[in-house]
Design a protein around this ligand. Structure first.
Ligand code: 4AD
Ligand code: MG
Length: 433
């Protein structure tokens, strides 16, 4: 046994000519006179070449018997593949660390249901690796963006007494003597008091919606980043959301080339989004446009999934839709001073048919207006007294938004469904693994 320290696949490009040790899992093993092992160690993928003369006899024999997902350690010399120029390993010796029998996910095609049941194993596939590394980069990018922009992280609770986004999608649970608690739909209501203390805050955590619909856009548990800004208006939301989105696209393009390539992501639409000003359109104009595109939507109705798809297949860059009828918007929205039927909300819709990734807007800052809204929406005032305090002590215009992380990952990776954007998706009908 060698005592040489292990390296990682990600470092191999800088170790050409050196003898190194790696450990990982067999993605694929091909046996002919020379034996080829595709090894993955979590940091990357590398081809290991086991030749009859270069490797010791026991290792050569072992290489011929390796099964998919066996864990091994291997020692060899790093060289560049003559055609691809990629680092590969010319193996001297290898050892079995943990065997693997009949790994259920083979290179053949599997149905989605089967893959979802085996999500804990599906994570090992190259495609899932690429997606979840991009997710990781987005999470880091989101934190970097707000931290560098002077925001203070203000974590919101997950157990809450009240609804933020309507009472029809709440998950409830018994909470001691207090009665029902609900899993948070949004941390927004908790950011609003925060801005009077910190000016600009954000929270970034899991949020929950008991969505009884099975669509490619809906999870019951998803991660949302929610910035909130004092003295800000509707326009500021659109400016901030656009800056953040571009920052994130740039970050992914810079640091996740390999992953985007594995996903065969066409980079042109991302570059278009990065290099152009996002479009803006009022809800009213969007409805007119939808009608010309064949939708039967009527003014006053919320966009359906199909409407968003139709609208966003017709353009190559992100679109802000703003000023919605207040009938289908949340109780906390500031009314449009120019048209009291409208609320000062703004949603960012992603191109390539993706639709809403950000929802936000300006918040009502007048106490009496909010009291009327709470009554109108049949909410329990006692649960919101603390929230109303923001309007009693130095109320200021303020605004913010929420971006669903999984929606953003789905668009940036161009995935057909959000279920692949989160390690362990939770949807109607999916609770395991
Ligand atoms: O538009 P929503 O409901 O807005 C809010 O929750 C606001 N309180 C946010 C704020 O202003 N602070 O949700 C915001 C975003 C959506 O644009 C979408 O990206 C995502 O959260 N989202 C979901 N993602 C996956 N599955 C679901 N069921 C989602 N519901 C919302
Ligand atoms: Mg929304």
């Amino acid at each position: 046994m060698s005592s040489q320290p292990f390296t990682e696949v990600r470092f191999l490009a800088g170790q050409v000519g050196e003898t190194v040790r790696l450990r990982g899992w067999v993605r694929n093993a091909r046996t002919s006179k020379t034996r080829f092992i595709e090894l993955r160690d979590g940091s990357g993928f590398v081809q290991c070449v086991v030749g009859a003369t270069e490797a010791d006899p026991a290792s050569y024999e072992l290489a011929g018997k390796l099964t998919q997902e066996a864990a091994i350690s291997v020692t060899g010399v790093v060289q560049l593949h003559p055609k691809t120029g990629q680092p590969e390993l010319l193996v001297k010796s290898l050892e079995l660390i943990g065997g693997s029998t009949d790994f259920p996910i083979t290179p053949k095609e599997h149905g989605t249901e089967f893959l979802m049941e085996n999500r804990h194993l599906w994570l090992r596939s190259k495609r899932q690796w690429a997606i979840l590394r991009i997710r990781h980069t987005l999470v880091k990018g989101i934190r970097d963006f707000f931290d560098e922009d002077g925001f203070t992280l203000l974590d919101a609770p997950i157990l809450t007494p009240s609804a933020c986004e309507g009472t029809s999608t709440l998950f409830g649970t018994e909470y001691f003597h207090e009665g029902m608690a609900f899993l948070s739909q949004s941390g927004q209501l908790y950011q609003e008091p925060g801005i009077a203390a910190f000016g600009k805050t954000y929270c970034f955590g899991p949020t929950f919606r008991a969505e009884k619909s099975k669509t490619r856009r809906h999870l019951t548990e998803f991660w949302m980043v929610e910035p909130e800004v004092a003295f800000a208006h509707l326009d500021d939301v659109m400016v901030l959301g656009e800056r953040m989105t571009k920052f994130l696209i740039q970050r992914v393009l810079e640091s996740r080339q390999e992953e985007l390539k594995i996903l065969e992501r066409d980079l042109a639409p991302l570059e278009t989004a990065l290099n152009n000003t996002f479009d803006r359109m009022t809800y009213t104009d969007a409805v007119e446009k939808l009608k010309t595109l064949g939708s039967d939507i009527q003014w006053g109705e919320d966009f359906g999934n199909d409407d968003e798809t139709i609208l966003m297949n017709a353009t190559d860059r992100p679109l802000w839709v703003h000023r919605f009828p207040k009938v289908f918007k949340a109780f906390y929205m500031e009314p449009d001073p120019l048209d009291s039927r409208l609320a000062l909300g703004a949603d960012l819709l992603a191109p390539e048919g993706y639709g809403e990734v950000i929802g936000g807007g300006e918040r009502a800052s007048d106490l009496q207006f909010l009291l009327d809204q709470i009554k109108h929406h049949e909410l329990n005032r006692a649960d919101y007294e603390w929230y109303l305090d923001v309007r009693k002590y130095g109320s200021v215009p303020h605004a913010g938004f929420g971006m669903g992380l999984e929606r953003a990952v789905a668009w940036i990776c161009k995935l057909p469904h959000v279920r692949e954007t989160i390690p362990y998706p939770r949807m109607m009908g999916t609770l395991r693994p």
